[in-house]
Design a protein. Sequence first.
Lengths: 228, 131
Amino acid sequence: MTHALDRVCVVIPAYNEAAVIADVIRDVRRLFDHVVCIDDGSLDETSVKAREAGAVVVRHPLNRGQGAALQTGLEWALQQQSFEAIVTFDADGQHRPEDAARMADFLIERGLDVVLGSRFAGAAYDMPRLKRLLLKAATLYTRVASGIPVTDTHNGLRALSPRGAAAMKFNHRGMAHASEVLQLISANQLSWAEYPVEVRYTEHSLAKGQSLWNSVNILWDLTWKKHP
Amino acid sequence: MTLVQVLLTAAVVLIIVIALRSRRSYRTRAAKKLAFLLLALVSIVAILFPSLVQTVASFVGVGRGSDLVLYASVLLLLYTSLDFYLRFQDIDAQVTSLTRALALAQAEDDSPSLGPAPEGLEPRDSGTPGR
């Protein structure tokens, strides 16, 4: 690592992840000093576990969705005014901290605003076929809608510069923010790149992941919710 | 197309345009209240003089007056649904902003290391420890 990771903040949005959050945060803290966990109004012990594992916890009093939680995390990190890069990281343990570190490094080294983790640029383990198909379809839609030629739109692992993070003002507080990220990159003319990452599909992450039905909701949100 | 088909199609388009337009201006809000009063007035007239409804229905090419009333009700339902949906989204976004502000303020309270520590007190665990 050529850059000090103590200038990097890892943002982990979490909702009812008490079962795994502590392990995920400890794993991240092997490499990163600063981890902020946004507890999105969990009904379980997520906050307590996250704090015990050494994360700063920002708790939403109400469940507002992953997009909303992410934005809260980014705003918290920006408020500290001491980070060169902010990494977003899923709470279910599907990402590897090593990938996150390399992406932060890559972002700072290249002076980019956004680095997007991509499963299809790298290798994904045990991805169910239906999930792969759905993700490909979602990616195609987003590419057409945003004009940004990415290979994987729904990957929670991203590295952002302060400028990139400040641009992430989501209209969609749910899962549609993943596509919105690309629209915001395009609208704000942010510099970006993809970076190959590995995703671990555990039974837990699959159970917590997106159901096929929710893609209907996401598509609806993206086509209808245009106003702030 | 009969006259009523033209009118109803135009009304649907108009309703969507009106509902999607700015909903905050004084003018829009005033117009809504006036439209409501007008609706109440028309309803009373229609109740008192049912034959008038029949006359209007025949004029625009609808067989029965009650059919015309049904069409008008559907249009009203379309408008109210859309209006409520959009208004709900506004409130939803406001709740999100409020939740965020509250969460961030609470986080600041919890970590005195970001501000000066109170006199004579050991700083609490800030939650941002080193390795």
